[in-house]
Design a protein around this ligand. Structure first.
Ligand code: NAP
Length: 273
């Protein structure tokens, strides 16, 4: 054993990439683990290695999160297992191409894995954690939440959804002892690129982060109490200014009266020109 127990962390998408590194780091930090993904052989191999290296209890819970019955098994585990203190909503898929280059099946699968599953899992964990007055939910979003022009609107929109959900939930549960963190990775060297027919190093030469660095930084952000962690953003002031601009916009967004530029006689809108 490396550390006293921190309770159990349930990690989705733990069979590779960012999720597998979270599994490694959280086991070493003293968490028992529940590893969720579809590839049972990879999950079992990781579980065996981490049991051997850390002495932690590591369970494997195979599930296709796009399948509502299999997703419900994971929701049930979060609801019924009082040892669970942490959810890492990490599983995610990207598209090969944009909206019009994909069929309904690929689009529905992305929405199911990137939006429906993390929402229902955050709900199950959130209700249980608030009841116990403790717990941590980590949602793996993306920097594309703020930059739809860099890839495609479907994937980036799913990540913007997770960012919104995280900011709102963090505000609502902050006083209960429950923590919520959105992690926004930039391009990170994992299989997600090949799985969606892309090569990160060609698309983003010199800008691809190693997955170990990404997870270590994200955990440091969690330790620092951040709600939003962007490991690849060097100039923190850029985020502060962006967030301040968003917050400044908020009180101006609803009015009884139509804005002047949309009144018939005043001419053309300059918005989104
Ligand atoms: P990855 O190596 O492809 O890992 C994706 C994980 O999700 C795998 O463990 C995969 O496991 C699991 N998964 C996919 N579909 C699933 C399904 N239907 N049911 C259950 N599990 C499923 O990619 P990654 O980069 O580590 O991705 C992790 C997260 O980081 C994703 O949410 C991704 O959007 C986000 N992200 C990545 C980058 C990047 O550049 N890599 C940047 C920003 C955000 P199985 O195939 O075994 O099911």
């Amino acid at each position: 054993m490396t550390n006293p127990t921190q309770g159990t962390a349930l990690i989705t998408g733990a069979s590779s990439g960012i999720g597998a590194v979270y599994a490694d780091r959280l086991a070493r930090r003293g968490h028992d683990l529940i590893l969720v993904a579809r590839d049972v052989a990879r999950l079992e191999a990781l579980a065996a290695a981490l049991r051997e290296q850390t002495g932690r209890t590591i369970d494997v819970l195979p599930a296709d999160l796009a399948d509502t019955t299999e997703l419900a098994r994971v929701q049930d585990r979060l609801t019924s297992d009082p040892a669970i203190t942490m959810l890492v909503n990490n599983a995610g898929v990207s598209l090969n191409g944009s909206l019009l280059e994909n069929g309904p099946d690929a689009l529905q699968r992305l929405i199911a894995v990137n939006i429906t599953a993390p929402t229902l899992l955050a709900h199950a964990a959130g209700v249980a954690f608030v009841e116990r007055g403790a717990g941590t939910i980590v949602n793996i979003a993306s920097v594309l939440a703020m930059a739809p022009e860099l890839l495609d609107g479907v994937y980036s929109g799913s990540k913007a959804y997770l960012l919104n959900l995280s900011i709102d939930l963090a505000g609502r549960v902050g006083a209960t002892g429950v923590r919520v963190q959105a992690v926004l990775p930039g391009a990170t060297r994992t299989e997600i690129w090949q799985r969606s027919g892309k090569d990160a190093d060609t698309l983003m030469p010199g800008k691809v982060m190693a997955v170990d660095d990404l997870v270590d930084a994200a955990l440091l952000g969690l330790d620092h109490g951040e709600t939003v962690t962007i490991p690849s953003l060097h100039d923190e002031a850029l985020w502060t200014a962006y967030d301040a601009a968003r917050l400044a916009l908020a009180p101006n967004l609803s009015h009884r009266d139509v804005a002047r530029r949309y009144r018939a006689a005043t001419g053309r809108s300059t918005l989104a020109a």
